[in-house]
Design a binder for this molecule. Structure first.
Ligand code: NAD
Length: 487
């Protein structure tokens, strides 16, 4: 039942028998137990990945690509449906959003499978004497992939897609809140014939992640999660110079200039505020609207919020705009942020409470979509990651003021700009301190483009070319040669 550790292609329970339940946030009820990996299990998983590494690293890109494509064919045919359903059960997102996530997952892995065949190096004539230089790209070793609960399957693909293509081996640590969907993705690789030890899984809580980061057999930590955990990982990894990719939290601003298409700007920000109940790293956290259209914007925004649908259970209402939050602590954090805002003069014009309808008396974790005006930069909703369905909306006068307000947090993941002026768009995009800017769009993700943060939002990039590069080491080979005999 709790055989959720994968070591050398064998599913097994924890060596010391410890387990923990995975909770369905729509009911606050356990779905099933997972193994809590012991220190010995973690050692065994890392060892398996270390032993598998040289052989996997020396397979051809063509072989790795074929296996990854086969795994995705199997995933789509046999596991995708179940994976989406269990994802909704464990993290609450409405079923259609889960399908979106798992389909994108397969796309990302197929994309990087093709890239496996394009990893090359370079060479050049030496600068000093008779020599020639070769620059090799080699897989960097054993990777610990540590995952959050909000996009567990997709964010695993962002790591094992490029990592397996590069020739790295893995120990995966899914989030204790949402590990079950991840297991189905991994199973597709086993079915496709992935060699023993290339992909290992250790389930459990934060201590399991911390032990992996500290393990001398790990060469790189690829982490997506909170800033708090990311800082701890950076500190531990630095002790042994482990490579890190840290994709952390954000507090994305959305700037609406007066010349914007108002309807598009309302709908775009609205979806990015409340999708996955605001629990997305690139969720819109702060909306800044130019003074002359402020009233009209807020009115239309409120109007559309009243039409949002909230699923008590995302399996029952697959098309809903929002579902439950992940746990009681998440709801409590939102409650505190809203309370902090109102205590400082913020005005809640929508929501600000647990939704009242009968269908929400399931024992699950809910919070109504909330809109706050009269907000100031000192409020927690304006400077921390709320990670919930809250939209604080503030007016601004000038371009400079908007950029200054947007850049006023230590985060720097995503920002959004709505304007019809190319000049405004380009100046804003250059001036915003963040890893990705969406102009007249509410998503900064594209498989071929880099994704990642500045400041507290992290280090490194996933997706695109940098996403692959971060699983490769660069080696310079300098070959000296003598004169040609007889010349
Ligand atoms: P979290 O930091 O609580 O947990 C993430 C993972 O780290 C879990 O698997 C957890 O068990 C593990 N962990 C906990 N303590 C650890 C430690 N000391 N050492 C190693 N591992 C440890 O984050 P979460 O609540 O699962 O995810 C939500 C956060 O993730 C939000 O802040 C969100 O913004 C962020 N996020 C960022 C991105 C991005 O791409 N930048 C994407 C999605 C989510």
């Amino acid at each position: 039942m709790s055989e959720t550790l994968l070591i050398n292609n064998r599913w097994q329970a924890s060596g010391d028998g410890n387990t923990r339940p995975v909770i369905n946030p729509a009911y606050n009820r356990p779905i099933r137990d997972i193994a809590e990996a012991s220190a010995a299990d973690i050692d065994a998983a890392v060892m398996a990945a270390q032993v598998a590494f040289p052989r996997w690293a020396s397979t051809s890109g063509r072989e790795r690509a074929a296996l990854m494509h086969k795994a995705m064919d199997i995933f789509r045919a046999q596991y995708l449906d179940a994976c989406a359903r269990v994802l909704t059960q464990e993290n609450g997102k409405p079923l259609n959003d889960s399908f979106k996530e798992v389909r994108y997952t397969a796309d990302v892995i197929d994309f990087y499978a093709d890239e496996a065949r394009r990893i090359t190096g370079s060479h050049f004539a030496g600068d000093m004497g008779a020599s020639h230089s070769f620059v090799l790209k080699q897989p960097l070793g054993v990777v610990a992939a540590i995952l959050p609960w909000n996009f567990p399957v997709d964010l695993l693909a962002w790591k094992i897609g490029p990592g397996l293509a590069a020739g790295c081996t893995f120990v995966v640590k899914p989030s204790e809140e949402a590990p079950l969907s991840v297991l189905l993705l991994v199973q597709a690789f086993l079915d496709a014939g992935l060699p023993e030890g290339v992909l290992n899984v250790v389930t459990g809580g934060g201590a399991v992640g911390a032990a992996l980061v500290d393990h001398p057999g790990i060469d790189k930590v690829a982490f997506t999660g909170s800033v708090e955990t990311g800082v701890k990982i950076a500190q531990t990894a630095a002790k042994t110079m482990k490579r890190t990719t840290l994709e952390l939290g954000g507090s994305a601003p959305c700037i609406i200039f007066a010349d914007a298409d108002l309807e598009a700007a309302v709908k775009g920000a609205l979806r990015r505020c409340y999708s996955h109940t605001g629990q997305i790293c690139i969720s819109v956290n702060r909306i800044f609207v130019q003074e002359s259209i402020f009233e009209a914007y807020v009115e239309r925004f409120r109007d559309l919020v009243t039409r949002l649908t909230i699923a008590a259970d995302g399996l029952q209402e697959p098309n809903a705009d929002m579902g439950p939050m992940i746990n009681a602590a998440a709801v409590e954090k939102v409650r505190q942020h809203v309370q902090d805002a109102t205590a400082q003069g913020g005005r809640v014009v929508m929501g600000g409470e647990v939704p009242q309808a009968e269908k929400f008396s399931t024992g699950g974790f809910y919070y109504a979509p909330t809109v706050i005006v009269d907000v100031t930069p000192e409020m927690r909703v304006m400077r921390e990651e709320t990670f919930g369905p809250v939209a604080p909306i503030a007016p601004f006068r000038t371009f400079d003021e908007a950029i200054q307000l947007a850049n006023s947090t230590p985060y720097g993941l995503a920002a959004y700009v709505y304007t019809r002026s190319l000049d405004t768009a380009f100046h804003a995009a250059r001036g915003l301190r963040c890893g990705g800017v969406g102009i007249n769009v509410n998503d900064i993700t594209d498989i071929r483009g880099p994704f990642g943060g500045m400041g507290l939002s992290g280090i490194g990039r996933e997706l695109g070319e940098p996403g692959l590069e971060s699983y490769l080491e660069t080696k310079h080979i300098r070959l000296g040669y003598g004169p040609i005999n007889g010349l």
